[in-house]
Design a binder for this molecule. Structure first.
Ligand code: HAM
Length: 422
């Protein structure tokens, strides 16, 4: 038997109802805030991700699924959606008609990370982007929207972590100060951090190795080096969150794993998932459009790890997976060829009315069909044998009370609709 690829998953029928509920809830909420869906390709030119996410990031250095296609092009399975959304915005010149575009997209991403609970090589993201706005209110609104989603999904154990990464005006001086701090401590850092130190010193701040964490405990904070504009921008975002009673924690070490970020960055974290604490992450990327050859327009967004969100919802809301698993409205226990054919016709008519009726096509005994009706959780069973068909009278059984009532053959569908839609 051929097995699936390591780090990839099957989302089975018993789980997919919960996934769909979460996707529906998210899409409904985003629509209420004026977002529209965008659908982007699963593959892009490798260069798009290398230039957006950054050559020195873990994703681009070692996690992308890249191949040379038969025409000789280097293409990559998307490790995230932001780069593609920006590419689509630029390539389709969406800014020409309406500069501010609010979009969301839901789908799989691919990163060849070490698989563990909450970390997969194909995982799903709910991605939201606002392109063309520099306002701190938009950053605040995205965070508020994320927390509203958590509330609608009844998820409680989550907190907002917030930071600012400054801009090309103020970050170079901070980088210098950080490098000077790291230089004095390089010998205690892990080999990854020593390697990152020159190319990507900010990443040293969020290393999880305890010795590195200790060494970086007193490191200078970007927030103390922000220029006036970045400072005012950050404060405006914090003020709006406070006015809307959204609690947040300012986290100097929140630097994120992608290079395009400027100013506001944030994560929604939880303790429910062990080591994988980030349910969602995002921030502003005001320099990305220009870096990709477009006009210098600002943008901001976030992505939710859907696999992780599903896990948290399942943990926090008892019985939620069952609640979003649809059960048949009716089971038709049909015995004999003629009854089966009649039942089959009714099934199709009922489906047109939004009623899910289930039957057995395999010619099983009445007893085993009744067992199946029970197992499927159908609240009603319609019993139809050759005799019932000949007499023109059927039996409708309430599976809970076990009460039975007659149904006339000529008016089965309207009678059933009366009962089931009541
Ligand atoms: P990211 O932090 O790389 O950001 O990913 C966002 C979320 O995706 C994470 O917080 C996590 O929940 C989930 N995630 C990431 N990797 C995995 C994995 N291997 N397995 C399961 N879940 C995972 C981005 O991707 C940015 N594009 C977010 C963004 C949008 N920034 C601005 N706009």
């Amino acid at each position: 038997m051929i097995q699936r690829i390591r780090g990839f998953r099957d989302i089975l029928p018993a789980e997919s109802g919960l996934w769909q509920y979460i996707e529906r809830t998210a899409a409904g909420l985003f629509t209420d805030f004026g977002f529209k869906q965008i659908r982007i390709p699963l593959m892009e030119r490798t260069e798009l991700f290398a230039r957006s996410i950054g050559e020195d990031t873990d994703i681009v250095e070692k996690e992308m699924y890249t191949l040379t296609d038969r025409g000789g092009d280097q293409i990559t399975l998307r490790p995230e959606a932001t780069a593609s959304v920006v590419r689509a915005y630029l390539q389709n010149k969406l800014y020409a008609t309406e500069p501010v575009q609010k979009v969301y997209t839901i789908g799989p991403m691919f990163r060849r990370e070490r698989p563990q609970k909450g970390r997969y090589r194909q995982f799903y993201q709910i991605n939201v982007e606002v392109l063309g706005s520099a306002s701190a209110l938009v950053d605040a609104q995205l965070i508020v929207m994320l927390m509203r989603l958590m509330a609608r999904l009844e998820v409680k154990d989550v907190s907002v972590h917030l930071n600012s990464l400054g801009c090309p005006e103020c970050r170079p001086a901070y980088r210098k100060a950080l490098l000077a701090y790291i230089d004095g401590r390089a010998e205690v850092l892990c080999s990854d951090c020593r390697r990152r130190q020159q190319n990507n010193p900010l990443r040293v701040l969020d290393c999880k190795v305890p010795d590195c964490r200790d060494a970086m405990a007193q490191a200078p904070a970007m927030r103390d080096h922000l220029c006036d504009d970045c400072q005012a921008h950050f404060e405006a975002c914090c003020t709006m969150l406070q006015r809307q009673d959204v609690p947040f924690e300012i986290d100097n070490r929140l630097v994120r794993g992608l290079d395009y970020y400027t100013r506001t960055t944030f994560e929604i974290q939880t303790s429910a998932l062990g080591a994988q604490s980030a349910v969602a992450g995002g921030g502003r990327y005001d320099g990305l459009m220009a870096a990709l050859g477009g006009p210098a327009l600002p943008a901001t967004g976030f992505a939710i790890g859907l696999d992780r969100l599903v896990e948290i919802v399942a943990q926090s809301v008892p019985g939620v997976a069952d609640r979003h698993q649809r059960l048949p409205d009716l089971y038709v226990a049909a015995l004999g060829d003629a009854s089966q054919q009649q039942a089959y016709l009714w099934l199709c008519q009922l489906a047109d009315e939004g009623i899910w009726a289930e039957m057995d096509f395999e010619d099983r005994s009445l007893k085993s069909q009744m067992k199946r009706a029970d197992r499927l959780g159908a609240p009603w069973t319609l019993i139809l044998g050759e005799r019932e068909l000949a007499e023109g009278r059927l039996v409708l059984r309430n599976m809970q009370t076990k009460q039975q009532q007659p149904v006339s053959l000529d008016t089965v569908v309207p009678e059933l609709l009366g009962h089931l839609k009541a």
